[in-house]
Design a protein around this ligand. Structure first.
Ligand code: AMP
Length: 337
């Protein structure tokens, strides 16, 4: 073989090799970009449910609800959430489509058994729901598996569900900047020790006023917040329904008003919408300072106030970013003196 032919062969082998290498690099690059694209900003664990709700202004049967549902929908106005939950084989596909079309990642939702169902009612004081029935369904045996694309999320919201599941989710996360936790009286009454364990690990604890009193056995909200801070929570937010929310840290205190609404049809999911918008705003701005947290609380109050205007997610479904911003301006007016 002449040197010229040998060189040609070597060169074409080299070319094929570099082309192969180039192709592989491109493939890896695309894979990485796709993975980045699929990554979520906020991992949200909690119930995805079918609710039956009665208020003095109407009734809704077997409608879309659940803590992770409301919170991820509210968060999606600001950033990309992904849900960790389980629904039953009986869960309507149209509900999943609705969430998917909002850009919410559903790869952390398993489908097995029977869907979680909650039945509740409200009197004319709509700040407190009366639980009439809770059917855990497939949540009873649920073993949460956090998808790879969620593990590196910098924001985690452990929405209302059994605190043992909240802990299992948290243990699978890589290194979040902000972990926020919500709960309810059922878990305070049946899983108190497990709940206290999770509280030790979170940056932001959300409770409504009656839950705070019940959990820390005091009528005084300041004392309740201080007990939670002593346990390890860095920020404690106490929600007071239509009267707004209080933020406590070791060194400060902030008081956000509620938005004065004339039409309130169903407050179900207001706490979750508040939480979702709050963490969504933190994720969008990438700023976890206290002054930004105060702004995030206002955004939480705004989205929660819209949610109360109709049953299920009906109002959130039609809500626009412009409406959120104009209510933000109204909030600024309310607070000016
Ligand atoms: P809230 O924001 O507090 O009004 O939350 C209402 C939502 O919480 C409803 O859509 C219910 O499906 C859900 N929910 C009620 N009870 C529980 C529970 N024990 N665990 C998890 N989610 C619940």
């Amino acid at each position: 073989m002449s040197i010229g032919v040998e060189t040609d062969l070597v060169m074409s082998g080299y070319k094929a090799h570099t082309q192969g290498f180039y192709l592989k690099t491109c493939q890896n690059f695309i894979k990485k970009r796709l993975k980045l694209y699929c990554m979520v900003d906020i991992a949200i664990a909690g119930s995805v449910a079918l609710d039956t709700v009665k208020t003095p202004f109407g009734e809704a049967k077997e409608v879309l609800g659940g803590a992770a549902t409301y919170s991820s929908f509210a968060a999606s106005f600001f950033a990309k959430p992904g849900i960790i939950a389980v629904v039953g084989e009986d869960f309507p596909q149209e509900h999943l489509e609705l969430l998917k079309n909002r850009g919410i990642d559903l790869s952390g939702i398993k489908k097995e058994g029977k869907t979680f169902r909650w039945k509740g009612s409200y009197g004319y004081d709509m700040n407190e729901a009366r639980t009439l029935k809770t059917e855990l369904g497939s949540f009873e045996s649920f073993k949460p598996e956090v998808p790879e694309e969620y593990k590196k999320a910098k924001h985690v919201f452990l929405a209302n569900i059994n605190p043992e599941l909240q802990l299992q989710v948290l243990e699978q996360m890589s290194n979040p900047d902000i972990v926020m936790l919500d709960t309810m009286n059922l878990w305070i009454e049946t899983k108190k020790q497990q709940l206290l364990e999770v509280i030790k690990k979170v940056d932001v604890l959300l409770l409504n006023d009656s839950e705070a009193r019940e959990l820390f056995k005091t009528p005084n909200l300041m004392k309740a917040a201080n007990s939670a801070l002593k346990l390890g929570a860095k920020h404690v937010i106490i929600k007071k329904g239509e009267h707004g929310a209080l933020l406590f840290t070791d060194t400060s205190h902030f008081n956000a008003p509620g938005y004065p609404l004339e039409v309130v049809k169903d407050p179900t999911g207001c706490g979750d919408s508040f939480a979702g918008a709050l963490i969504g705003y933190l994720a969008k701005t990438g700023n976890n300072s206290e002054s930004n947290l105060r702004k995030a609380i206002i955004y939480g109050s705004i989205v929660a106030s819209f949610n109360a205007e109709d049953f299920s997610l009906n109002r959130l479904k039609t809500l626009s970013s412009n409406e959120i911003e104009s209510r933000y301006k109204a909030f600024e007016d309310i607070r000016r003196f």
